[in-house]
Design a binder for this molecule. Structure first.
Ligand code: NAP
Length: 460
């Protein structure tokens, strides 16, 4: 057999997942200088993962990453096979048989659990559900959030909590020209929420927001952001953290919170957003649905940058019928692929998948959140995917078993045998064009289709 990665013997790689890490992996492969064919498999009929269904609708600029992904997708050596669930419509073993390597770039589709009583009461939701709902993700379009309560609580102080808080705090006027799903816009127009509490288990210097995202809370047209002045008093370890030269982001965050704590209450604004610190949810209480939350006050212990929260025993109650748990995502296991349940990701060494004995599993690679956990911004995935692809290219001789691989032909033949309706990139472009057209009438960048049936009806 000619060397792998040449015109006579192209390197065939299947990528599972079409979010940023999948596309950055495809980019690195296609720019490698070798002859490579990339087949990207996606569960939904629509590509781009969290850039389409995670990034908040009022953050359209972040969605410009899609422009690069579109360029990658136009490469003659790139193939999108969407509306296909790996593990259901086609197995991992079948992908390993048809391709030299498989890169799992399937993100973190589930959520961490709080593990407290009442967590699953009606009225208590994951941020994933709410984000998917307002972004028109087919899995969450039928969710119903009762926005008739005066108080909404968000647990966690990361950027997802910021997105959820901002969408609840914004006026419909501020959202109606975004690509927010129409069902969400209609429900938010009827919202009776007056108070939003974003609750952190640690202090203001440990909050995980990025400064840009927190700054937006000081610029909301109809919501006043509030921090209690006493919450700005720091313990010596937190002071040390702030004094650290490289810790610029925390300093900016702290200054923003300080500004919120000093602002006079603007009574003209109809909503208030409180940032509460050093509190953990202990129990969610309610008969048929959530009525109140018991929060336990925390104290920080440990050296600076390693401070953790421990409960003091002192509790406070907050009456609320609507709570969002925004404490981080978690990967979901895929049949036939090793999974580290304690970490919620695929165990790996720089992207090379490892089995339970820490031995490399030939042909299998991981990239993005399923590789390193749910952290970082969109661009963080580029370096992550490049590292994985470097390992893959380094392994080239081991990936060639001397047998000719059928690549996409084998995958499509399996799907055709099952009469499974997969979608290629041209077909996605038809859905895309129709969504943009639907949005134009409303002054929106697009009006997304939220059901798979509707998406298919555009092309069939
Ligand atoms: P995150 O940044 O890891 O924040 C999770 C939050 O939940 C932290 O405040 C964490 O507190 C808290 N938490 C975890 N376990 C908890 C528990 N048992 N009880 C109470 N609180 C708990 O996660 P994320 O907000 O889901 O964001 C995921 C990634 O996506 C991040 O890298 C984020 O920056 C990125 N993202 C970026 C944007 C953007 O750029 N605009 C938008 C959305 C998301 P501790 O710090 O104490 O653990």
């Amino acid at each position: 057999m000619p060397t792998l990665g040449t015109e006579q013997n192209p390197l065939l790689v299947a990528i599972v997942g079409s979010g940023p890490s999948g596309f950055y992996a495809a980019e690195a492969l296609l720019k490698s200088g070798l002859t490579v064919k990339v087949d990207m498999l996606e569960r939904l009929p629509t590509p781009f993962g969290l850039v389409r269904s995670g990034v908040a609708p009022d953050h359209q600029k972040l969605k410009q990453a899609i422009k690069l992904y579109e360029k990658i997708a136009h490469s003659p050596d790139f193939n999108l096979i969407a509306n296909v669930t790996v593990g259901v419509d086609i197995s991992v073993a079948q992908l390993c048989a048809s391709h030299h390597a498989v890169i799992f770039a399937c993100g973190a589709e589930s959520d961490r659990k709080l593990g407290i009583p009442g967590e699953d009461l009606k009225g208590s939701y994951t941020a994933t559900e709410f984000v998917g709902w307002y972004n028109g993700h087919p899995d969450y379009r039928d969710c119903v959030f009762d926005l008739s309560h005066a108080v909404a609580v968000i647990i966690g102080q990361g950027n997802v909590a910021a997105d959820v808080g901002r969408i609840l705090a914004k006026t419909v006027d501020a959202l109606k020209h975004t690509d927010i799903a129409q069902h969400a816009l209609d429900a938010l127009a009827e919202s009776k929420i007056k108070e939003i509490h974003i609750i952190g288990r640690r202090g203001p210097t440990q909050a995980k927001f990025t400064p840009k995202e927190l700054r937006e809370f000081g610029e909301l047209p109809d919501c006043h952001s509030i921090v209690l002045p006493e919450d700005m008093i720091l313990n010596p370890e937190s002071e040390k953290e702030l004094a650290e030269k490289n810790n610029i982001a925390s300093k900016k965050i702290y200054d923003l919170f300080c500004a919120f704590s000093k602002c006079d209450i603007d009574h003209a604004k109809s909503r208030k957003c409180f940032f509460n610190f050093l509190m953990s949810p202990k129990e969610l209480i309610g008969h048929e649905r959530l009525e109140k939350i018991i929060l336990e006050k925390n104290i920080l212990s440990g050296a600076s940058f390693q401070q953790s929260a421990s409960a003091t025993g002192e509790t406070v109650e907050l009456e609320t019928g609507l709570l969002f748990r925004s404490i981080g995502y978690r990967g979901v296991p895929l049949t036939g692929v090793p999974f580290a349940d304690n970490q919620g990701l695929i165990p790996n060494d720089k992207g090379r998948v490892l089995d339970s004995n820490a031995n490399i599993v030939l042909q299998m690679y991981a990239a993005g959140w399923i590789k390193r956990g749910p952290s970082g911004i969109i661009g963080t995935n580029r370096a992550c995917s490049v590292e994985t692809v470097e390992c893959l290219l380094h392994d080239l001789t081991r990936l060639d078993d001397g047998n000719k691989k059928a690549g996409a032909d084998a995958v499509l033949s399996i799907l055709n045998d099952k009469k499974h309706r997969y979608i290629n990139y041209d077909e996605w472009q038809k859905i895309d064009a129709k969504e943009i057209e639907r949005g134009k009438i409303k002054g929106k960048p697009r009006e997304k289709y939220t059901s798979i049936r509707d998406m298919l009806s555009v092309i069939d």
